[in-house]
Ligand binder design. Structure first.
Ligand code: MN
Ligand code: MN
Length: 269
């Protein structure tokens, strides 16, 4: 059950209202990586969760995000308020000024309505936790940009608090994911196809005018590299584990079986 207490989690003080900055703040109110999206994503995942420790975590953080929503909304409202009376301020965000009377609605900074499409809820705990780790990283970077575009010390203070909490949440979700004891690439129950899973397709080749080059990194070393598969008319013929086949062997031999280490892919030198 929810209960509201007439206190903000962080005391918001705004010196000089900045209507244009108030508009930017709406991104964290009704935007894709905003507080309502976070609150709903974790709470709905929590409702679905059958792992009691993680359910508790999801409900704790989902509820904290609602308190963040209240802080951001209050902050945005303070910055948008001049739009009620000041024509110059109203021009910063006509939608908020004319349709919303200088208050907040569940829209992002461009006036797009909040949508449940922002939420990532898969019903698979480890997959959801990964989505949440990524969501916290996005929220963090949006707060950082807001801080960089803000001059008001009181507003910066509140944003610093909110930004800090996202890192705390990110760590908690990472620890929860760790606690499940799953191997990093173990998603769901059906194993990936041997052979095919260890192929790297070098699909972008050549040198670009902007200095773009073909590079090597951990992702394409110690693994089978298929050079320019489209140009080599490479195709996967079968992907089921025991019959996996590709056209890798182009020299008249039978197509290679992916799970019998029969590949003859050209490796870059
Ligand atoms: Mn938050
Ligand atoms: Mn968070």
């Amino acid at each position: 059950m929810y209960h509201h207490i007439k206190k903000l989690m962080f005391t918001v003080r705004v010196g000089q209202p900045e209507p244009r900055f108030g508009n930017m703040l709406l991104e964290q109110f009704g935007g894709a990586n905003g507080e309502l999206a976070a609150a709903m994503q974790y709470s709905i995942q929590g409702i679905n969760c059958e792992d009691m420790p993680c359910k508790d975590l999801l409900m704790d953080i989902g509820t904290e995000e609602l308190s963040h929503l209240e802080i951001v909304g209050t902050l945005a409202r303070m910055h948008l308020k001049p739009m009620k009376t000041d024509a110059d301020a109203a021009e910063c965000d006509p939608l908020v000024a004319i349709a919303g009377g200088g208050g907040v609605t569940l829209c992002n900074s461009m006036g797009d309505a909040w949508t449940a499409d922002y939420l990532k809820v898969t019903g698979e705990l480890d997959v959801d936790l990964r989505s949440n780790i990524a969501a916290e990283a996005r929220a963090k970077i949006v707060y950082e940009r807001l801080i960089n575009f803000c001059d008001d010390p009181g507003t910066k203070e509140a944003l610093q608090f909110l930004m800090t909490r996202e890192i705390t949440h990110m760590r908690a979700f990472m620890q929860a994911l760790d606690s499940l004891g799953k191997a990093p690439l173990s998603i769901g129950l059906i194993p990936p196809t041997p052979g095919i899973v260890d192929q790297y397709y070098n699909d972008s080749t050549g040198e670009g005018d902007g200095g773009e080059v073909d590079t090597t990194g951990p992702w394409n070393t110690g693994i089978e590299v298929v050079e320019a598969p489209a140009l080599a008319e490479f195709q996967v013929l079968k992907a089921t584990p025991t019959t996996a086949q590709t056209t890798l062997d182009r020299n008249g031999k039978k197509p290679a079986r992916s799970d019998s280490k029969a590949h003859s892919a050209k490796r870059r030198r």
